[in-house]
Design a protein around this ligand. Structure first.
Ligand SMILES: Nc1ncnc2c1ncn2[C@@H]1O[C@H](COP(=O)(O)OP(=O)(O)O)[C@@H](O)[C@H]1O
Ligand SMILES: [Mg+2]
Length: 248
């Protein structure tokens, strides 16, 4: 039997002297598709950053693939796409080059690119609707398009666990649907997904379980909140009308 792939137990995080997460528990089992939901500022990004070791925890513990984070080394097994593109390197890179990095990290440095690599890169770019920009340099893309390239890089690496922080924020609906289809295929192949989102949109049918944060604490862990009939009218309803009230 195998334990959870991601195991956050009693984790507290302070940033700039302020508590941001308080005694958070989050388990994600192999092959699960879990959404991490909550209002802006509730601590979603901080939690996934703690899971991948980018912020220190002041209490509790994090294990990935059954290994305490401090001793975990096999980062290829885990794909992480941050919410925003951190400063890009000064080296001009094309979209294809950036996505190919996701393949090269899989094995020895300096190995030759194979046809399988090129196909994985192309499939990943199609999945995020960026295949027609493959030859463009990253610097010529909008922030949202750069984000999609980062998602493609993570997809191309075919990790066992994919952690995505608001991947569809600012992405148009057709691209969101293409991305949802790609994630469905990955999930069908057994990829474990932890998806941070503010609104699920076309990704909703994929979500098996939702964990909702509020003010740095888990306030819900169970079935995803019910869909909103018309997202444009969400603010016209009281917070108890539907599950989305959990997010406010
Ligand atoms: N580097 C930081 N230093 C200080 N405070 C931070 C930092 N990053 C995030 N915070 C604060 O932590 C809280 C949670 O932020 P975040 O995890 O980004 O929330 P979410 O992703 O749910 O919007 C917010 O109040 C935010 O201002
Ligand atoms: Mg965030």
């Amino acid at each position: 039997m195998t334990g959870p792939v991601l195991d956050v137990h009693g984790v507290s995080v302070q940033l700039a002297g302020r508590p941001v997460l308080s005694r958070v528990d989050l388990q994600v089992g192999q092959g699960e598709f879990v959404a991490l939901l909550g209002a802006n500022g509730s601590g979603k990004s901080t939690l996934v950053r703690a899971v991948v070791g980018l912020v220190p925890v002041c209490a509790g513990r994090v294990q990935v693939f059954g290994t305490p984070l401090g001793s975990f080394r096999d980062w290829r097994r885990l794909g992480y796409v941050p919410q925003r593109l951190t400063a890009t390197s000064g080296v001009p890179a094309t979209v294809t080059e950036v996505v190919a990095e996701g393949r090269l990290s899989r094995s020895a440095p300096f190995r030759r690119t194979t046809r399988t690599d090129r196909e994985a890169v192309r499939a990943a770019l199609e999945a995020v609707g960026m295949a027609d920009r493959a030859r463009d340099s990253l610097g010529r893309l909008s922030g949202g398009q750069q984000q999609r390239v980062l998602i493609a890089r993570a997809l191309a690496g075919r990790p066992e666990v994919l952690i995505l922080d608001e991947p569809t924020a600012g992405v148009d609906v057709p691209s969101q649907q293409a991305f949802a289809d790609a994630l469905e295929t990955l999930a069908g192949h057994g990829t474990t997904v932890l998806l941070v989102a503010h609104e699920l949109g076309p990704l909703r049918p994929l979500v098996q379980r939702a964990v909702v944060l509020r003010h740095g604490q888990v306030v819900h862990d169970g079935p995803p909140p019910a869909p909103v009939a018309d997202a444009h009218h969400v603010h016209a309803h009281g917070p108890s009308d539907d599950g989305e009230g959990l997010l406010s």
